[in-house]
Write a protein that binds this ligand. Sequence first.
Ligand SMILES: CCC(=O)SCCNC(=O)CCNC(=O)[C@H](O)C(C)(C)COP(=O)(O)OP(=O)(O)OC[C@H]1O[C@@H](n2cnc3c(N)ncnc32)[C@H](O)[C@@H]1OP(=O)(O)O
Length: 308
Amino acid sequence: MTLICYREMALPLWKNLLQTTKERILQQRRLSLYNGAHGYEEELIKKKLQQFAGGSINLSKEDNGIGILTLNNPRLMNAFTGTMMVELQERITELENWKDGKGLIVYGAGNTFCSGSDLNAVKEISNSQDGMNMCMFMQNTLTRLMRLPLISVALVQGKAFGGGAELTTACDFRLMTPGSEIRFVHKHMGLVPGWGGAARLVRIVGSGAALQLLSGTARVDPEKALRLGFSEQTLSSSDETRALEEARAWLSQYTEGPVSVIRAMKKVVTAGRELPLEDALRTEKDIFGTVWGGPANLQALVRRPKHK
Ligand SMILES: CCC(=O)SCCNC(=O)CCNC(=O)[C@H](O)C(C)(C)COP(=O)(O)OP(=O)(O)OC[C@H]1O[C@@H](n2cnc3c(N)ncnc32)[C@H](O)[C@@H]1OP(=O)(O)O
């Protein structure tokens, strides 16, 4: 009798768990670009990447709704090892499931951003199948980062080279510290960007400037980045703790306010940025429906604020 009751209680729980897991996988597929239909073999490349260990990607979630994502491999100027690529994907999944999140700062440990992919690992996966799978793996992950309902900013200290430069373009904004440098060095490696960096760069600075930065492997210092509209601001300090504090303060101007509204704001902009106009308008209507008559809206109607 007890056994039957226990089974009856446990069954809906299992069903619920299965349903949630299924929904999560479906949501990840929707937010990603590539799947098996594109010849993408995720499990194969993950297994390969796990062989190149080192460093870590750390995430801390603060009470103010700001997440801090740290690239942590200072011995190699925060170059992306294989396990760091896999960990980045895991942290992005965590951020997708963080319902209280409003903002994200991406930065590198040890006063430098990231020197791109780990050249030791790259040498070992230089065949075409691994290269294509790694490219699709990183594009999927960085596209999901770009589509997070969080306002994201790359805090660039020291150097952001190659894949590190590409990563900065997956954030909504970039802040640079004095003496820092972003550089798409791919041409020197006989490559073009493959983590989605070229497509995103064109949308940020325009096709002419993007072509110059890529084909000239130009050094982008804070002044040049400001001129190009690539960076929002040059911070006053290049000290890690103080720069992080400044980045937090800068981001807070935009994350201040109710979670539901901030997240909805990022979603309407993502739709506007990515979809054809009519689809973007319909998406905006749907997202509007999630905040209209919601708690923040009703409270504002009671307060009747004057926007002086
Ligand atoms: C997606 C496509 C890509 O990302 S392709 C990779 C593009 N990136 C690169 O080619 C960066 C190559 N590295 C460099 O140009 C220099 O190391 C830079 C980043 C300018 C730093 O110079 P510097 O401050 O003098 O330090 P360093 O050269 O002594 O470097 C310290 C240790 O870090 C290592 N390191 C650096 N970058 C990488 C990398 N991408 N992959 C693997 N290791 C890297 C250096 O080799 C050096 O290590 P070690 O002390 O010699 O053992």
